[in-house]
Write a protein that binds this ligand. Sequence first.
Ligand SMILES: Cc1ncc(COP(=O)(O)O)c(C=O)c1O
Length: 497
Amino acid sequence: MFASRSKIVSPRLLVASQGSLKINSAQLGKHVPRSFTSQTPHLRTMASSSLGDHAAQVVFGQKHVTKGLGRQVEAVLTKAQGSYVTLGDGRQLLDFTCGIGVTNLGHCHPKVSAAAAEQCMKIVHGQCSIGFTQPYLELIDRLLPMMPHPSLDSFYFWNSGSEAIEGAIKMARIITGKQNIISMQGGYHGRTYGAMAVTKSKTIYSEGFHPLMPGVFSMPFPYWHHFSLPPSTPTSELSKLSLNQLHLLLSQQTAPRDTAAILIEPVMGEGGYVPAPPEFLQGLREICDKEGILLIIDEVQSGFGRTGKNFAVEYSGVRPDIMTIAKGLANGFPLSGVISKKEFTDKLKPGSMGGTYAGNAVACAAGVAVADAFKEENILENVNARSKELFAALEALRSKPELSSAILDVRGQGLMVAVEFASPKGTGPYDPLRNTSVPEKLSSRVAKRCQEKGMLILTTSVYEVIRFIPALNITKEDLAKGCQIFAEAVEEVVKEG
Ligand SMILES: Cc1ncc(COP(=O)(O)O)c(C=O)c1O
């Protein structure tokens, strides 16, 4: 109840009221809703311990955490284990978000957490420019055999996905001696300046922050929306249309001799959870080889088993020149990587890459434990088995006559899956796929309803898309439970209109 109040109480004020610093009623009145000030016993409880009360924590966060952060739940996340998250208000939610595709082995995986804890007692921070730590090297040893192509043999670790993208752009420019980068319409690569410039999924990420890094061009990812075609359009046709746009781009806007790299997510994440058709990636590879352009594959979200293979690019057999990884790499510890071939990275001057926390020993130890768990716990088998069940449940939902016009598309790979709803507004008045017979804002309303029913789930993209990112080791029972919650939520919201 308290969490929903619009005015904010500073717990500092409340704590002060218990000690020698008495707050006066004017101060209290300024910060506390009138109806609330009468609840003195509650105030006393809050004041008795610094941020010990859940409601106090919530209001403190509302007041002192920047508005620039979005937030799905107001309650404080206090604990998480496996596929469940516990909130400070006592609720326990089934988690189909995995912290946006990060805690892929479930929250607080015992072996990963233990490896990190053990590393904490050995060496926490060595600094990569001072010397290697053992987990740094062990992680490379574990990752080498997982790489989608043997040429990927030179590693550089950083902290976040955005930083990995910054590193990949810097490398591409040095390796080729060229500047321009082509990224995909709908692509998401992060929020730092270089990463923001190549991000084309939503204007919110760059609105007001211009000028961006120059030398960035974009082409349409083979997603039917980008060509105003229906979802049933064969991927071979979409691939040809996109590749044709690339040919035009290279002859009209950025010549191959000025183009350093093409950057793509093998499953477009923030842009709508759309897998890149294998023939499209193969077409990109061909053009890159012919024109001396590097192919950067961003596996930050799709990597580490998320799609049923170690890396999503494996579905196409395409060789990346540079690959970026993060998220599932260390199951929640901040760690990312840029991987290329030694022949390329030998062109970098020592010191041109680096960062205080880059390749932190504790995060690398967690990464080693993740790689070991992948092998020991048959993670990929589980992803593929659960994926079949998830698709079956979503297709069954779509086949219900009362939902057939509301659900436009079910797509994805492994446990990186999306349901797209129809929209009465579409992408604007000229969108031929607009459907005025369906309710508005289905994705956000369904996500909210799921939460009310005990499950965290996320929307994505500028379209009406819900994304499913459960833990890769989710049990059959929890997956079925999540599908049931989702089905009930969709049916209720569509019925309400
Ligand atoms: C494909 C992809 N690349 C890059 C990023 C940026 O990663 P980070 O948020 O760790 O900076 C993300 C984050 O969602 C992503 O999905």
